[in-house]
Structures are given as structure tokens and as C-alpha cells.
Design a protein around this ligand. Structure first.
Ligand SMILES: [Zn+2]
Length: 200
């Protein structure tokens, strides 16, 4: 299997190549193409797994810190990228049935051992096929991508008026609300993490 150079350096370091690592690399390459590079891009992930590790690796290989926020509470995406200057957001939601091993192969997992060579080979072939498919197919084959623009409401709010967030319903001061494609919402529902320095 031909593994892209930047991903290969991670494979060498970790000693394996998982489908999740391939997903992280593909998503990272897609985002880099959209935003030109990773400067001024905030990154968040729902969990700290191989995908997140591969994403961080790619970003670091490009010369950036590769810090990825893993929020404590639920989010409506798996991976989220926010361009701090333009307010452009890219959200990725993975399509699980496209990135999982087939059921009959997953069932082999509990019995895999070096003595069970045939099943081990079957499992490895299926895993290789999945990784290869992820690497060769476009990101949209295994992920829904949503692009949106996000901007702070430019409102003077001396009276301290409050508004309900469109998504979570929490009450927020009007001047602290965000507009995401016409939906007025709170900072976290807008996909913004407090650790990102928001410039607009
Ligand atoms: Zn909210």
C-alpha cells in the first residue's frame, strides 16, 4: 500500500496504521486545501483518538503547534475547524458505516491470536482494504462536511437584553451572541472554543 509521506512518518513512530489515522490525515489535507494552511485555524475533536493524533501530526509537520481542543460536552460534529480571521467553519461528521470493518470481520477481533493464522490474515486483509479505501476515496465518501460562516452580533447592549440560543436554549446577552448562517446561538453552539483567540 502506498502511504503518503507525512502519514508514513507517523506510522513509523507508532508502529501501525489504523483506519482512524488515515481519516485524520485525509481530513487534515482537505482542510489545508480549503484554508491554504493551518495558521489561524482552531481545531476541535470529539475525542482524543488516532484520528486526532494523525491530525495533530500533520499540522505539526507543517510547522504549527497542532493543538486540538477536545471539549468536555457533546458537540454536533466529530471534527471542527474554525478560521479565526474569516469566521469560516468546517465541520466533519463521520459516516460510521463507511469507516467500520464489516460485522463478520469485527466479530473475529475477540479470537485473534498468532495461532489462528487464517483468521488473522483475513482480518488484516480487511483492515488494509479499509485503510486503502479511506486513503484513495474523497473525504465526502466517509464524512458529511458542513461549511458555514460565523460572526459576532454587532449590537450595543447597554440594557443587557438576553436571547435564547437557537440550539441549546441557554440565555445569553445579545452582544455575546453569534450568528451562524442566520441562527443566533451561544459561543459553544457556534463551535467556538474559549481557548481560541477570536478576532472578530
Ligand atoms: Zn447554545
Amino acid at each position: 500500500m502506498i502511504v503518503p509521506m507525512n502519514l508514513y512518518s507517523l506510522v513509523q513512530r507508532k508502529g501501525y496504521l489504523s483506519p482512524e489515522m488515515a481519516i485524520g490525515w485525509k481530513i487534515g489535507m482537505y482542510v489545508e486545501e480549503c484554508f491554504d494552511d493551518f495558521s489561524d485555524v482552531g481545531v476541535a475533536a470529539v475525542s482524543d483518538n488516532d484520528t486526532t493524533m494523525a491530525l495533530a501530526h500533520l499540522i505539526q509537520r507543517r510547522g504549527y503547534l497542532g493543538q486540538i481542543v477536545v471539549p468536555q460536552s457533546a458537540r454536533p460534529w466529530d471534527y471542527h475547524f474554525y478560521h479565526l480571521i474569516t469566521g469560516t467553519q468546517l465541520s466533519f461528521t463521520l459516516i460510521w458505516k463507511r469507516i467500520e470493518l464489516p460485522q463478520e470481520i469485527r466479530e473475529l477481533e475477540s479470537e485473534l491470536c498468532e495461532h489462528n493464522y487464517e483468521e488473522l490474515e483475513r482480518y488484516q486483509a480487511s483492515l488494509d482494504f479499509l485503510v486503502r479505501t479511506i486513503l484513495c476515496e474523497p473525504v465526502t465518501s466517509f464524512s458529511f462536511i458542513r461549511q458555514s460562516r460565523c460572526r459576532r452580533l454587532q449590537i450595543h447592549n447597554e440594557e443587557g437584553h438576553l436571547i435564547h440560543c437557537h440550539y441549546c436554549g441557554s440565555l445569553i446577552p445579545l452582544d455575546k451572541a453569534w450568528d451562524v448562517e442566520g441562527d443566533i446561538c451561544c459561543m459553544s453552539c457556534a463551535g467556538l472554543e474559549p481557548v481560541w483567540g477570536i478576532c472578530h
